[in-house]
Design a protein around this ligand. Structure first.
Ligand SMILES: [Zn+2]
Length: 415
């Protein structure tokens, strides 16, 4: 309220006290503070809303890189590797990144290898949270996410990317007990549970008999079914079987990459919306436009040349520094490209069925302005400019994903 308005009210009250006539009506003053800029508003929303990201590949990095790059080192100069650290998550307002327990398809044909590897990655996430209890905590429920976020820490729910470690329903129960809360049934190759979108081999024309049992048991336990990476046949079969809503943890809209099955087709998106689920949009350049897929190949060639020049193999620690530096130097795509996917998904499915699944630390290249977890406010600012309300943005940032997770819990408990 402006000083003039305060004076006007005071004068009116004084008059009323003197002669008992009603005080003059004081019209509402114009706002005395300028409206915050779009950027400031976006940053404020990023901090205020719970941001859930469907897919971040940190556990793999935990086995490769020094802890200092990830723990949100108090020395920001030491925090230059990768797309994620505690410090940058706080800057970007990220509250609950699903940690991807990623099993390479190369491990799925060796008995026991995928199972052992999944356990090692979960061990690594547990050890990490034990080392930094005031920064991270594993989240096993939406209630955990909200409690941990409210305390200013980063909640780490875990999702398994590739169901290859699951050879039986007992294995599935084992991973549920260890904290796994979603499973993408396949990764790059068709496996014992079902067919993969990237694979031309379609053994099952959808799911295997074990895959169907796993879907039912996931409903019973309260594990989210993730449609990212499975073939369309498998995805539609999961939708027919599941009694609970599903997610696509890190997939964008196929409309922008025609014929690329890894993204969600219009008909699959409509089916996910009917199921009550959520598509969490992938920020990776190759997911945004077909043309960017070629540019990503060029980036890979440029990177290989740089490593060769330095006499480095891609597995050397120094190679990571070069890789991440080059990724920031040569982004592919833009923030509006990602917003285009969100717009399209919202028009097709409605505001209640869209979320975020960046694939940070899991993709070769990212768009300018969205190259790490500090940058969610840039995307939120773009959504504000496009007319999304605060309530819309809250749903996209995490409200929808948490609603689906709560519903999965409700179905599991029979509530
Ligand atoms: Zn993936």
């Amino acid at each position: 309220m402006s000083r003039l308005a305060v004076l006007g009210i005071a004068a009116g009250l004084a008059l009323a006290a003197a002669d008992c006539t009603p005080p003059p009506v004081v019209s509402a003053p114009p706002p005395s503070r300028p409206a915050p800029s779009v950027e400031a508003h976006a940053s404020e929303l990023a901090q205020r809303f719970v941001i859930v990201d469907g897919h971040i590949d940190v556990p793999y990095r935990l086995t490769q890189e020094p802890d200092a790059a990830l723990d949100g080192s108090d020395n920001p100069a030491g925090d230059t590797l990768g797309d994620f650290s505690f410090r940058r998550a706080r800057l970007g307002g990220l509250d609950a990144p699903f940690m991807s327990i990623y099993i390479s398809a190369a491990l799925q044909d060796t008995a026991g290898a995928a199972f052992a590897h999944a356990n090692r990655l979960i061990d690594a996430v547990e050890a990490w949270t034990r080392r930094h209890p005031n920064r991270f905590e594993i989240a096993r429920s939406p209630a955990d996410v909200e409690r941990i976020a409210a305390a200013g820490r980063v909640a780490l729910p875990m999702g398994m990317e590739n169901g290859a470690p699951i050879g039986s329903l007992d294995d599935l129960r084992h991973f549920f007990r260890r904290g796994i809360r979603y499973v993408s049934l396949t990764h790059g190759k068709t496996n014992a549970l079902g067919d993969a979108s990237y694979d031309s081999v379609r053994t099952w024309r959808g799911l295997s008999p074990l895959g169907r049992d796993v879907v039912r048991e996931m409903n019973r336990l309260g594990i989210l079914l993730d449609l990212s990476h499975v073939s369309d046949d498998a995805a539609f079969e999961i939708l027919r079987l599941s009694r609970a809503p599903v997610i696509a943890s890190h997939s964008s809209m196929q409309h922008f990459t025609p014929g690329w099955e890894r993204n969600v087709s219009d008909s699959l998106a409509r089916a996910i919306a009917r199921n009550g689920g959520v598509v969490m949009i992938n920020f990776g350049s190759s997911f945004l436009k077909t043309a960017y897929q070629g540019q990503q190949t060029q980036f890979q060639l440029r990177l290989n040349a740089a490593l060769r020049q330095q006499g480095l193999s891609p597995k050397d620690a120094a190679a990571y520094t070069i890789y991440y530096a080059m990724r920031r130097l040569y982004p592919v795509g833009t923030v509006p490209d990602v917003a285009d996917h969100i717009d399209y998904a919202v028009r097709l499915m409605g505001i209640d069925h869209v979320g975020l699944g960046s694939d940070f630390d899991g993709v070769t290249s990212l768009p300018a302005g969205l190259t790490d977890v500090s940058m969610y406010p840039n995307l939120i600012a773009e959504l504000i400019r496009r007319g999304y309300t605060d309530a819309d943005i809250e749903k996209i940032c995490g409200g929808n994903a948490l609603r689906v997770w709560r519903e999965v819990e409700r179905v599991a408990t029979g509530g």
